[in-house]
Design a protein around this ligand. Structure first.
Ligand SMILES: [Zn+2]
Ligand SMILES: [Zn+2]
Length: 288
């Protein structure tokens, strides 16, 4: 991560979990407005740091992920508000309008559905790659993704998460995690792999302060700041058969799939294995 240069402009993609099934939103339904206000202010602070800085916000629901900013909807009209820079008004307004649109068009579901966060991260990576390619030659861009979520860990999305984390590491995209409610074991791994910062917000009311303190500084200058120490990461993997986190398991020697029980045929790559023969207990040598 030493190759990041603090002088280069930075592209920040915020992946915001807007799923109404999050327990924190069920307890306090009005919280989403506070979170949105904090994110608009935080995004605008990021844009204010350097004129070439770029911002994108993706909303992640239980049925889809959608760009809240920059907006694909050209019809959005922004009138200048006294005392606010037009660009900032545009950011704030398009986040709110597009999110309202996404929530109104969401299909009604009876049970709690998990957020499609891994897919949302993959979308963010694709966007970052596209923007990087469109940069003029010789212009470097520091890139990072900030995930803001109150959802629980989802071992069902383990494979997609791991693909996203290792792609991000290869592309030098830093993944920061801001957990609003639950401790996120899988996402902590992503932070650790890509050199990002993980924070479980102690008090949700102070969200904007935490965002500005920990996540606003660019990763290139973070080593010079006094930030919370890195968390101890739980590197357990989820088995591919039941999607549960396991301590010890069987690994396919061909495709590295993980299983909690021995199976003679790998379900991922169909390699056939011999059934292991239990070792005979060693006979004790009799001393003469
Ligand atoms: Zn299993
Ligand atoms: Zn295999």
């Amino acid at each position: 991560m030493n190759e990041l240069n603090a002088d280069d402009p930075s592209l920040l993609v915020i992946a915001l979990d807007t799923n109404p099934s999050q327990s924190i939103l069920k307890r306090k339904p009005n919280l989403l407005t506070n979170i949105l206000n904090s994110i608009s202010a935080f995004g605008n602070s990021h844009l204010m740091q350097k004129p070439q800085n770029k911002l994108a916000v993706i909303g992640c629901h239980h049925h889809t992920s959608k760009f809240l900013y920059p907006s694909t909807d050209k019809s959005l009209e922004v009138r200048q508000i006294d005392g606010q820079y037009e660009y900032f008004t545009l950011v704030e307004k398009s986040i709110k309008t597009n999110l309202a649109d996404m929530i109104t068009n969401a299909p009604k579901v009876a049970s709690n559905n998990e957020s499609m966060l891994a897919g949302c991260l993959a979308m963010a990576l694709c966007y970052i790659t596209r923007i990087k390619k469109s940069q003029p030659p010789g212009c470097n861009l520091n890139t990072r993704i900030l995930v803001i979520t109150g959802s629980e860990d989802s071992a069902h999305q383990y494979m997609t998460y791991m693909n996203v984390f290792f792609t991000a590491q290869k592309e030098k995209v830093v993944i920061d995690i801001c957990a609003l409610d639950n401790t996120l074991v899988l996402l902590q791994q992503g932070c650790d792999i890509t050199g990002g910062q993980y924070l479980k917000v102690p008090q949700i009311e102070g969200l904007l302060e935490y965002l500005l303190w920990i996540f606003l500084p660019d990763p290139a200058i973070r080593s010079k700041l006094a930030l919370p120490p890195p968390v101890k990461v739980d590197y357990r993997a989820a088995c591919f058969c039941h999607r549960e986190l396991i301590d010890i398991g069987f690994v396919c020697s061909v495709c590295l799939s993980i299983f909690c029980k021995f199976s003679p045929i790998c379900t991922t790559c169909s390699t056939v294995f011999k059934v292991p023969v239990p070792l005979k207990p060693k006979k004790k040598k009799i001393k003469t």
